[in-house]
Design a binder for this molecule. Structure first.
Ligand code: BG6
Length: 483
């Protein structure tokens, strides 16, 4: 399918001197330009407090591409792309601080034919989101304006509601794009196709055939330079309230009536409403101690820059979740994510029930595992179905075998970055892969009981598979990944 070309518009990035712009947003915009998926008439305006000139912004953008773009910087693309880049610095807090920016955007409309359309992108720390909205609200209304807001959207239910109210003072919900980059990942979107375009799996996608579900998002990296942010957030706000619950909703939702954005989002919200708020009694928290990952030493979380030496902030969580609806009643969802673990992998494992004939399977944990399906979000995106086949030779001995599908083998194309898909969708006004206000609020409700519960935070060595208590949580089963 040919991708749509968005209407002429200006993309205004708030937080343009920050890490996210550098690592993700600029490379995504450059690659969209290469693929002819930016509007023919476009401009990209960076805004931040850092006192840069247009030229400095372009130099920084070039550095971003050299370091982080999935394609190389070629003059034939870089030349016309960089002509569209300009930068303005200024405050966020002062009343009318965006008026000079507004004047610049109006000039660009004339010079570059962007027709008064704006896509604002709030890529700052979350504390700046409300003032950005206030400042935009003070500017004369543009022809068409939309806003992309990064995660985390609020830091609990009350603040998420307050932020939504503020956003709605200036932007109608139809103009708001709350971004969760996990929804930009090809394999996450593939859940909708895999589940609803195949007869076989949808028939068994329920409590009759599935014993339990495991979702693991394991990272090798520690908090790196983001200690200050992470101390405030912790793993539940950073990963569970958003990325993990998005994976749960795509995996667990009912078939939507159509692929229209609201039809898909309605089903996701419906699923989240059935997720029982997480129980502290079924949650294990951890924090990494020092250790080695692939031969490299990693300091303990408490020794990272910007982190309190006595911090109790969790960097790992494992929990048992329940979905109280017809499809999933009695099927536990084991969810797990952590930093500084032994390997980087995001996998969804569907464990089917043991066969009931008693011929081959025993309850012996060392016996052949029940059939299971592994959906690998990263790395090596793909799907593996593991089942039993007869071992060649005499007798009827089952042996565990695999059927594999990988994106790279099947399609032979390089995966694009999640941010490319999402920024392009926002430019085109397609909400399917963005979270709605009620969805974000429900996600906060689900995590509320464990956000501030006085739970013990277990130490685990960096490079390990996390706290051992997580194994007890899933007994008598076992984690499929990081055994
Ligand atoms: C971000 C979190 O949203 O997702 C980071 O803030 C985390 O802490 C990152 O490392 C993981 O993203 P990915 O795409 O590397 O799995």
């Amino acid at each position: 399918m040919q991708p749509a070309v968005p209407d002429p518009q200006i993309i205004v990035i708030f937080g343009a001197s920050g890490d996210l712009t550098h690592r993700k947003i600029i490379p995504a915009l450059y690659n969209l330009f290469r693929e002819k998926m930016l509007p023919e008439h476009f401009a990209i305006v960076g805004y931040a407090r850092t006192e840069w000139t247009d030229e400095q912004f372009r130099e920084e953008a070039r550095k971003s591409l050299e370091e982080f773009s999935r394609t190389s910087v070629e003059d034939q693309y870089w030349g016309p792309f960089s002509e569209g880049l300009t930068y303005r610095y200024g405050a966020f807090d002062d009343e009318k601080a965006f008026h000079p920016l507004h004047d610049h955007l109006s000039e660009l409309d004339e010079a570059r034919g962007t027709e008064g359309r704006r896509l604002y992108y709030a890529a700052t720390p979350p504390s700046a989101f409300p003032v950005i909205i206030d400042r935009i609200g003070e500017c004369p209304k543009a022809e068409d304006r939309r806003i992309v807001i990064e995660k985390p959207f609020g830091r609990d239910l009350a603040s998420a509601r307050a932020l939504s109210e503020k956003v709605h003072e200036v932007f109608d919900e139809s103009r708001v794009f709350r971004i969760d980059h996990y929804l930009g990942k090809e394999t996450v979107q593939n859940l909708l196709v895999f589940r609803f375009a195949n007869t076989l799996y949808e028939r068994v996608w329920n409590r009759d055939a599935i014993a339990h579900v495991q979702i693991t998002v394991a990272e090798e990296v520690g908090v790196e330079q983001r200690g200050g942010y992470y101390e405030e957030a912790g793993v539940i706000r950073d990963m569970v309230q958003n990325h993990i619950l998005q994976l749960v909703s795509f995996l667990g939702m009912e078939p939507p009536a159509s692929l229209a954005p609201e039809a898909v989002r309605d089903e996701k919200v419906k699923l989240l409403r059935a997720v029982r708020p997480f129980s502290p009694d079924e949650t294990v928290l951890g924090q990494y101690a020092s250790g080695k990952i692939g031969g490299t030493s990693l300091p303990a979380y408490r020794e990272e820059p910007g982190v309190d030496p006595n911090s109790k902030t969790p960097t790992y969580v494992a929990l048992r979740a329940h979905i109280d609806n017809w499809r999933w009643a009695g099927v536990p969802f084991y969810l797990r994510t952590g930093k500084a673990l032994g390997r980087r992998a995001t996998e969804l494992t569907i464990m089917f029930k043991d066969v009931q004939t008693g011929l081959y399977h025993t309850m012996d944990v060392d016996g052949p595992p029940p059939d299971h399906l592994v959906i690998r979000v990263q790395p090596e995106e793909g799907i593996t179905f593991t089942f039993q086949a007869k071992e060649p030779g005499p007798g009827f001995t089952p042996r565990t075998v695999n059927m594999h599908f990988t994106y790279s083998d099947a399609f032979g194309v390089e995966q694009t970055e999640a941010y490319e898909r999402l920024i392009h969708d926002a430019m085109c006004g397609d909400h399917t892969l963005f979270t709605r206000a009620d969805e974000v609020e429900r996600a906060w409700e689900i995590v509320t009981p464990i956000l501030d519960a006085p739970l013990r935070v277990e130490q685990y060595p960096a490079g390990s598979r996390g706290p051992e208590k997580a194994d007890v949580l899933i007994t008598p089963s076992r984690w499929h990944l990081l055994k």
